[in-house]
Design a protein around this ligand. Sequence first.
Ligand code: G3I
Length: 369
Amino acid sequence: MVSRRDILRTGGAALMGGLCAAMAPVRASEATRAAAMPRLRTSAPPAVVPYGAAVKTAKLYADPAYTNAILQRCSLIVGEGGMKWYDLRPDAQSFSFDEADRLAAFATRHRLELRGHTLVWYGAMPEWTKSIASGAEAGRLLTGHIETVVGRYRGVVREWDVINEPMAEKARSRHDLREGIFQQRIGPRHIGDALKVAASTDPACRLVINEYDIEFAGAQYRAKREAFKGLIMSLLDQGVPLHGIGLQGHLRGELEIDTHGLSQFVADIHAMGLEVSVTELDVIDHKLPGPEAERDAAAAARVRDFLGAIFAAARPAAILTWGISDAHTWVPMWFKRSDGLPNRPLPLDFVYRAKPMMRVIDEFRAYKV
Ligand code: G3I
């Protein structure tokens, strides 16, 4: 059994050996949780941190340049869509697995790891779910959904974002959760319930909670970071199965990274026995300068600050970007530039050439903490 002192010592060593200056030791109450948590990843960690990207399934089957970039650079993929409720659930009774099956077939054929995204999210819910009337009905639907979907991809999807973006936009405590339909009908226990159903459906699967806006400097983000940590601690205290935390990493060009706060967060999560992955990295660049070289350098610098702070505390289990090329990104859906120039949030440019961001990612992947 790991002692509290061991964990404090290990956490301290990781910090000292990292890229940043020494930081405060992990709090005892957090450290003690590590001993209780089973770790699923028992083999030696890979020599370099695995890199992957979110993919558009239709493009994988139709656009050779896109597919080649994915195959050349990625060892894991996640569907940008395809496994969300609104893709899978035309109605309360049935499932539509077309896209998810194509995604799984592609991953299997090319021996890529496939992350599952996502089982519980307030977003991408089909209209009909608004008419879920009671907690009992919501519970039945959620349980049935997780059993069916996790069961179908057992052995193919080895890691699920079971819970996506649970915290309210401006959360100040662990009780400030998103008002999705399951939160409204079932309440906060839907989170632990969902994780338990996923664990019993596929006991070998790694279960993750994914969140964004954890890394920036400023009171709003510090509060969200602490609130998120509070939620995780309370789940572990209740014995809920959980193996990792996903830092989405939708960085903003105009916002500084709180490198010290982020390192401390990662160290605390690690000391609880959980892995940390970067799951949706990109740089929202609508407020960065127009000239490409300047913009790409600024975006790469943000990624360097972000990864530097994480690696200073612990090696992440994986780094995934949300898309691979600027040609295919969600960013202009919400953050178009006022000068009309295209967004450049991703590691490869429009014709799949590596940008400075790709080089920063590769540098960190090879870094030994
Ligand atoms: O498939 C339809 C297409 O038939 C139609 O012509 C087109 C017209 O708008 O819409 C297409 O669907 C869009 C889909 O993306 C595919 O491009 C949806 O309207 C659009 O809402 C959907 O957006 C996705 C969004 O999640 C909601 O599911 C984005 O691609 C996807 O990048 C985004 O991903 C999220 C993560 O899941 C969670 N974290 C944040 C991240 C970025 O917002």
